[in-house]
Ligand binder design. Structure first.
Ligand SMILES: Nc1nc2c(ncn2[C@@H]2O[C@H](COP(=O)(O)OP(=O)(O)OP(=O)(O)O)[C@@H](O)[C@H]2O)c(=O)[nH]1
Ligand SMILES: [Mg+2]
Length: 430
C-alpha cells in the first residue's frame, strides 16, 4: 500500500543522481518530484511544502562531504525530515496495571483493533481482559466475544446496562489482570453525543492510556477527527487501521502526527496478527528502501568529522598575515567551541579548563587588536610602531602590552600552529 510512495521517492532520488551536476535547478526538480509523490499520497500541502523546503535548504546549505554521495546526503535529509514529520518513534508505556480506553468514529476499526491489541499483549505474556461498552450497535458484544474466543481472552459486557457501569463492572471483574482494554461505541446520532460519552467514560474510569482509532483510508481528513477527539478527551495516542487498502496512508500518518498526538500502532489487515507498533524511523527507512540506514547515518557522521578535521588542519597551517590570522580565528569559532575543535584534532592531549579559558581570553584580545588595525597594518605588521601600538590599544580596549605580545608572537610564528603554541594551547597543535 505504500508502494506508490516508495516508488515515487526512489524515482526522485534516482533522477537527482542522474543529473550531471547537483545545482540549484537539480535540487528544485528533486523537491518537485518529492512534492508530487507526497501529494499523491494525500499528505497535506502545507506539510509537504514545509518538508521539501527543509530538505532543499539542507542540501543547499550542507557542505559536500568527501566520500559521501549527494544521493546519500539526500537520503539522509529526507529520512530525518520525514521521520520528524511523522512524529518520531513512540512505544506504549506499559505500567503494572494498564487500562486502555479505545475510541473512534463508527467503523474505524476499534473492535477489531481491541482484539488485535489483546492478542499482541497476550503474546507478550500479559494477562489481558476485554470489555465492550458499545450498547448501540446490534451484535457488538458477539463480534468482540467471537474475536476474544479465538485468542482465549475473556470479554465482559452486560446487556441493558449503561456504558459507564459496564466499564466499571468489567474493571472490577478483571482486577487480577494487568491489562484491560475497553472497546467503545462509534455509532451515535451525532458526533457531539459520542464525544460526550467518551468524556464521561474517561472521567469515570481514568484510563492509563486513551487510544484513538482512525481509518487510514480517510487520508488527511484524520486531522479533523483527531482534533475533535483531542478537544474532548486526553488522547494518548493514535492507531491507524486499514492501511492495506489505501494509497492515502502517507497522508493519514502525517495528519495524525500533525495533531500533536503520536501514532502508536498501525494496522494493515483484518487478521488479528495484523498490528504493528509504529516507528517513524523504521517506517521511513522501509519507504526509502535503504537496507542499512543506520550504517549510512553513521558513515556520513564519521565523514563529516573527518572533513572538519581537515578544515581545522587547513585552518591551522600555512603562512599568513594578521588578516588571515583573524580569519582563521573566526573560522575556528565557526567550527565549534574551542574545546570541541581541539578534541577533533587527532593526538591532541586533554587540555584543562583553565588553559582553555586563558587561550580564549587571549584569542579575544588578539581579535580585538587586529580589528583595530588598518589593512596595511594587517598585511605588514612590521610598520606598526609605538604610536600605532598606542592607537590600536586604545581602539580595541586592550593594553599596549597585549598588542606587543601579539606582534611579538606573530613575528616569531607566522603560522597558526606556532601562534597557537604562543597562546599556550596544547603541544599537540604544534
Ligand atoms: N482491510 C482492513 N479491514 C479492517 C482493518 N481493521 C478493521 N477492518 C474491517 O473494518 C470493518 C470495521 O471494523 P470494526 O472493528 O468493526 O470497526 P469499529 O470501529 O468497531 O466499528 P463500530 O463499532 O461500528 O464503530 C470490519 O469489517 C473490519 O474487519 C484493517 O486494518 N484492514
Ligand atoms: Mg465496534
Amino acid at each position: 500500500m505504500f508502494d506508490d510512495l516508495k516508488k515515487g521517492l526512489k524515482e526522485a532520488l534516482d533522477r537527482l543522481m542522474n543529473r550531471g551536476s547537483i545545482d540549484e535547478e537539480a535540487l528544485r526538480e528533486f523537491s518537485l518530484d518529492v512534492q508530487r509523490t507526497l501529494l499523491k499520497g494525500d499528505v497535506n500541502v502545507r506539510l509537504v511544502l514545509e518538508l521539501t523546503k527543509n530538505v532543499q535548504e539542507r542540501l543547499t546549505r550542507e557542505d559536500r562531504v568527501p566520500g559521501v554521495s549527494v544521493k546519500e546526503l539526500a537520503v539522509r535529509a529526507l529520512y530525518e525530515e520525514m521521520s520528524k514529520l511523522l512524529g518520531g518513534d513512540n512505544v506504549l508505556p506499559i505500567q503494572p496495571k494498564n487500562l486502555i480506553l479505545m475510541m473512534g468514529i463508527q467503523g474505524s476499526g476499534k473492535t477489531t483493533l481491541a482484539a488485535k491489541l489483546a492478542r499482541y499483549y497476550t503474546v507478550k505474556g500479559m494477562n489481558v481482559g476485554l470489555i465492550t461498552t458499545d450498547v448501540y450497535r446490534p451484535g457488538a458484544y458477539e463480534q468482540l466475544k467471537s474475536l476474544g474466543d479465538r485468542i482465549k481472552v475473556e470479554v465482559y459486557y452486560r446487556e441493558g446496562a449503561k456504558p459507564v457501569d459496564i466499564a466499571k463492572e468489567g474493571i472490577a471483574r478483571f482486577s487480577g489482570k494487568n491489562m484491560v482494554i475497553i472497546d467503545t461505541a462509534g455509532r451515535h446520532k451525532e458526533e457531539r453525543s459520542l464525544l460526550q460519552e467518551m468524556t464521561s467514560l474517561e472521567s469515570a474510569i481514568s484510563p492509563t492510556f486513551t487510544l484513538l482509532v482512525v481509518d487510514g483510508t480517510s487520508g488527511q481528513q484524520i486531522f479533523n477527527q483527531a482534533k475533535a477527539f483531542s478537544e474532548a478527551v486526553k488522547v494518548g495516542g493514535i492507531a491507524i487501521t486499514k492501511l492495506d487498502g489505501t494509497a492515502k496512508g502517507g497522508g493519514a500518518l502525517a495528519a495524525a502526527a500533525a495533531t500533536g498526538a503520536k501514532v502508536y500502532f498501525i494496522s494493515e489487515g483484518e487478521r488479528l496478527e495484523d498490528i504493528e507498533e509504529f516507528s517513524a524511523t523504521r517506517f521511513v527507512g522501509r519507504l526509502l528502501g535503504i537496507g542499512d540506514l543506520k550504517g549510512l547515518m553513521e558513515r556520513v557522521r564519521q565523514a563529516e568529522i573527518t572533513m572538519k578535521e581537515d578544515e581545522v588542519r587547513k585552518a591551522l597551517s600555512g603562512r599568513m598575515d594578521l588578516q588571515s590570522f583573524l580569519d582563521q580565528m573566526e573560522q575556528m569559532n565557526k567550527l565549534g567551541p574551542l574545546e570541541k575543535v581541539l578534541e577533533m584534532l587527532p593526538g591532541a592531549p586533554k587540555v584543562n579548563e583553565e588553559d582553555i579559558q586563558k587561550a580564549k581570553v587571549q584569542m579575544e584580545k588578539w581579535k580585538a587588536a587586529i580589528r583595530s588595525m588598518t589593512p596595511e597594518e594587517r598585511r605588514d605588521p612590521k610598520i606598526i610602531n609605538a604610536s600605532r601600538i598606542r592607537r590600536i590599544a586604545r581602539g580595541s580596549g586592550i593594553t599596549e602590552k597585549d598588542v606587543r605580545a601579539l606582534l611579538d608572537a606573530f613575528g616569531k610564528g607566522k603560522s597558526f600552529m606556532k601562534m597557537a603554541k604562543r597562546m599556550r594551547l596544547p603541544p599537540g597543535l604544534g
